[in-house]
Design a binder for this molecule. Sequence first.
Ligand code: ZN
Length: 133
Amino acid sequence: MDKIEHIGIAVKDLEVSNKLFASLFGEKHYKEEEVVSEGVITSFFKTGPNKVELLQATKEDSPIAKFIEKKGEGIHHIAFAVTDINAEITRLKNEGFTVLNEPPKKGADNKLVAFLHPKTTNGVLIELCQEIE
Ligand code: ZN
């Protein structure tokens, strides 16, 4: 894995949280994008070389809605950039991790993404993402 690509934070109300994080970072988000298949709307912030993704559910059975129901708002996942997501999926499966998306799916911010089940990663939901050329 190359680096942390972004940290994903589950929020109840994107409009409220956009304001909160803009005042925290001193800068507005640079993009907002809905991922219909996932039932989420996302908002991206840059802090120097790092990115933060806010996620708000757009429907009741969205994974983000379920997460907030169980755990409340907060850190939802950590995303790592990879250069070859399919090779990385094969490697991690061989290491015993449970990969939730195979083949990888189209995520926000022009990425191919796959998640690892938090049961196999100490309770942390990990996203692998590869930039789509
Ligand atoms: Zn993400």
